[in-house]
Every structure is written in structure tokens, then in C-alpha cells.
Design a protein around this ligand. Structure first.
Ligand SMILES: [Fe+2]
Length: 391
């Protein structure tokens, strides 16, 4: 006799306890579903060992969302030889189900980070094709070595795989030449700057209004009423010290002077307090403390970073909502295979896959959905839906 029960905490939020009774089984695989079956296109969110007494428990931390269309949790229970399996489902109490679609039509962005193009462009083409939105945000390490030929290949990939799309980039540490390749006054950033200029010129031609900081190392683009800010945090020597040190002055003034329902900040490395790989010790960013203060003072910031390659499928998760300052932080999984270090026990074969992050934003809702680039399957552990008060 199988039994499945849930004990949730917040409406629309997956956080809580999931209990399986499955005597004679050794494993239960949990998925979202409706009354008939698991949701198509979504992978499982937990692999739960069943003890000899037939009990299994999963504690889901963090603030992952429950995808719309869900009414039930499903458990597929396997016997010890994996030759026999049975399914059981449990209805989620109505007060915990996600709310209906809002009336506003959302603006959509596809986020790609850490593509690390070296010689072969297949993975980059695949990632660009997997992006569903008309605006693609590149969070850095687009290339592996910052070479002119690699950026040229990347531009060709965009022309082949996403010719009509607006592509807004920032630099990662790998987009700056290694110091051993620089000579004289070369800071190693020139190849990336030409790449950014090419993409921003194209974006402007398609009607995207863009303004730059005085040093040309940060910009703001107006996309669908939202304020997208590209913040170059990397400088010579691949150090995260903000070139010229004036980007943060510009950012502070820009956020104070610019009204938008959301400011979407692109910054290759995460802030220390919102880094899924480490939130103590030394920050990546030289101006970490000041940048955090600026973001807190502004509010209504969606801070997007990469660099860590952390898989969205690690249990702790990589999305946060700071209700006090009304800021969203998301450290996006990489396009190269993602890192599941620290994740114990059985996991889905695609949890290490490179991923694309789809962002769907209205004034009051930020919805985040990460998918495997290889299989296209949506990761429940990479799904968040933050409801906020309008500004
Ligand atoms: Fe990086």
C-alpha cells in the first residue's frame, strides 16, 4: 500500500516536507503533476530513499515555486530490483497552489552564461537556439580565452542561430586576455569591447535605446520598459576590480535617476551574500560591499550573475528574493556542464546539463525557469516565482 503526503508552508512555494510510505520499495522519485499524470516537459525534483520499514522523507528548502498547472505531487516508487514500480499521487491543498495567470503580459528574457567558446562552436549554437525569448542576456565568459578569433566565431553563431534577436552582453574573466598574452599598455579587454560594441550597435539598430557610462565599461538598455544594465566588473589580469573604478559611481547615479518597474543588472560574478558557492570569506568583486549597498538602496533590482557554474539542481538553490529591499538575486547555471558538488544521493542524469534560464517579468511577478539545453526538460529545482508589491 502506497501513501504520499505533503506539508507545505507558503502558497505557491515548494518549500516543505514530503512523506512517502512504500513498503517493499527502495526509492521514490517525486514530480509535479495534475490529477492524471506528472507534468509533461518537467523532470523530477527529488530522489527519496525508502528505508526497510517503508518510510521516506524529503525536506525541500528555499523558495522554489510550484509550476502553474500543478495540482498534485507524484511519487514513482521502485522495488529493490528496479523491475517493478508503482505510482502514487497526492492532491496539494488549494491554498498552496500557485495563483492563476496575471493579466499583464510579461517581458521575456533568455539568459546564457559561461559558454566558454574555445574552438568548436556547436555548444554555443545549441544554446542560442535553445533560448526562447527575443532578448538574450549574456552574463560573461562567452569565450574561453578572450581571443579575437573566438569572438568572431561567436558573432557568426549569433548570425546563424539568433539573427533577429537582441543580444546584450557583459564581460567575464575569460573574456579578458590572460596577462601572458598582453604586452605594453594592452589591458586585454579590447577584443571583448569590440564584441560588445558589435552587439550593442545591432541592438540599437533594432530600436533598443542604449546609454553608456563615461568610460564605456557599463551601459543601460531600455527593453520593453525595463532597464537592463550591463556592468563590466573584470579588468586587466582578469581581476574583478571594476575598470577605472567609476562604474559603481555611474550605477548609483543611474539607479537614482532612472525609473523602471525593474532594473535588471548583468554582472558576471555574484555578490558575496548571494553566491550559492560560498557566502562567507572573500568576495569575488572588489567593490562587493559598495555594490550591495547601492543595490539595497535602489530596490527593484534583478541581479543576474554567473561565473560559479553551480547547477540549479543543488538542493540549496541559486535564486533568492530579498523582501526587505524587493530585490531578486539569481546566479544562473552555466551553458557548459553545471557543477553539482555537494549534492548527495541519487540524481537525474540531466542535472549536470548546461542550462538556459528563461526570465518572465511583469511589474509584480518575476518568474524564473531553467531548462536543460540538451533535452529541453524544465528543472523544477530551477523554477521560482516571486510575487512582489508594485513600485
Ligand atoms: Fe567566470
Amino acid at each position: 500500500m502506497l501513501n504520499l503526503s505533503t506539508s507545505l508552508i507558503w502558497p505557491g512555494c515548494a518549500q516543505g516536507k514530503y512523506t512517502v510510505r512504500a513498503k517493499g520499495h527502495i526509492l521514490a522519485v517525486l514530480s509535479w503533476g495534475d490529477a492524471e499524470a506528472p507534468l509533461p516537459g518537467w523532470g523530477p525534483f527529488a530522489y527519496v530513499p525508502i528505508d526497510p520499514a517503508g518510510n521516506g522523507t524529503f525536506f525541500y528548502p528555499g523558495r522554489r515555486g510550484i509550476p502553474r498547472g500543478t495540482t498534485h505531487v507524484w511519487a514513482r516508487c521502485y522495488a529493490s530490483d528496479f523491475g517493478h514500480r508503482e505510482d502514487v499521487s497526492a492532491a496539494i491543498p488549494a491554498k498552496y497552489l500557485p495563483t492563476a495567470d496575471e493579466h499583464d503580459s510579461p517581458s521575456k528574457f533568455s539568459v546564457l552564461t559561461d559558454l566558454h567558446l574555445a574552438a568548436k562552436p556547436g555548444r554555443v549554437r545549441q544554446a542560442l537556439r535553445a533560448a526562447e525569448s527575443n532578448t538574450i542576456l549574456l552574463l560573461g565568459d562567452s569565450t574561453n580565452d578572450g581571443l579575437r578569433a573566438q569572438f568572431a566565431t561567436f558573432e557568426t553563431c549569433v548570425e546563424d542561430a539568433a539573427p533577429q534577436k537582441t543580444v546584450l552582453p557583459v564581460a567575464g574573466n575569460h573574456d579578458v586576455l590572460h596577462p601572458s598574452r598582453c604586452g605594453g599598455s594592452d589591458d586585454g579587454c579590447g577584443n571583448y569591447e569590440d564584441f560588445q560594441s558589435h552587439l550593442l550597435t545591432k541592438a540599437e539598430k533594432s530600436g533598443c535605446g542604449i546609454s553608456h557610462d563615461p568610460d564605456g565599461r557599463a551601459y543601460a538598455a531600455r527593453v520593453g520598459g525595463f532597464d537592463v544594465i550591463g556592468l563590466q566588473c573584470v579588468t586587466a589580469g582578469r581581476r574583478f576590480t571594476f575598470p577605472q573604478g567609476r562604474q559603481l559611481d555611474w550605477l548609483e547615479e543611474h539607479l537614482a535617476d532612472t525609473s523602471a518597474p525593474w532594473h535588471i543588472v548583468l554582472c558576471h560574478a555574484p555578490l558575496l551574500a548571494h553566491n550559492p558557492a560560498r557566502n562567507t570569506g572573500a568576495p569575488y568583486l572588489g567593490g562587493n560591499g559598495r555594490l550591495q549597498e547601492i543595490v539595497n538602496r535602489a530596490g527593484r533590482v534583478i541581479f543576474l550573475s554567473g561565473h560559479t557554474h553551480v547547477s540549479p539542481n543543488v538542493l540549496a538553490g541559486n535564486g533568492e528574493y530579498d523582501e526587505r529591499h524587493r530585490n531578486v538575486y539569481l546566479d544562473c547555471g552555466s551553458v557548459v556542464p553545471t557543477d553539482t558538488s555537494g549534492e548527495n544521493g541519487m540524481m537525474s542524469p540531466d542535472w549536470k546539463d548546461g542550462c538556459v534560464t528563461e526570465l518572465s517579468v511583469t511589474e509584480s511577478v518575476v518568474e524564473i525557469c531553467m531548462r536543460s539545453i540538451s533535452s529541453g526538460a524544465r528543472f523544477p529545482r530551477g523554477y521560482y516565482r516571486f510575487e512582489t508589491e508594485p513600485s
